[in-house]
Design a protein around this ligand. Structure first.
Ligand code: SF4
Length: 98
């Protein structure tokens, strides 16, 4: 059984209703609200590395500032390279060029 890592006690999301971090993927406002919480979090980098690690993978919700879909394909141990806001939402990624 895995234990909760120490950094999570310092996560800004601990000050909010946990449900806020698990918006429906199509809930644009909900995803934005969750990302806003992560953006102000002091342990975002640790959280994203944790979420990307195969042994501790967080498969749902917003973690480390990214949605589950945005985390797909990112490599663990490189969270310091993945900045909040650097990766557009999936709908923006696939939008036709203006
Ligand atoms: S980065 Fe986001 S999900 Fe991770 S601990 Fe901080 S607020 Fe919570």
């Amino acid at each position: 059984m895995s234990s909760i890592p120490d950094f999570m006690a310092h996560g800004l999301c601990t000050q909010f209703d946990p449900e806020l971090m698990f918006p429906h993927p199509n809930d644009v406002q909900g995803v934005s609200d969750a990302k806003s919480i992560c953006a102000g979090c002091d342990v975002r980098t640790e959280c994203l590395d944790y979420a990307l690690s195969p042994s501790t993978r967080i498969g749902a919700g917003v973690a480390g500032g990214l949605t589950e879909e945005e985390r797909n394909g990112l490599k663990p141990g490189r969270a310091h390279r993945y900045r909040v806001g650097r990766y557009p939402a999936p709908s923006q990624r696939h939008a036709p060029a203006a």
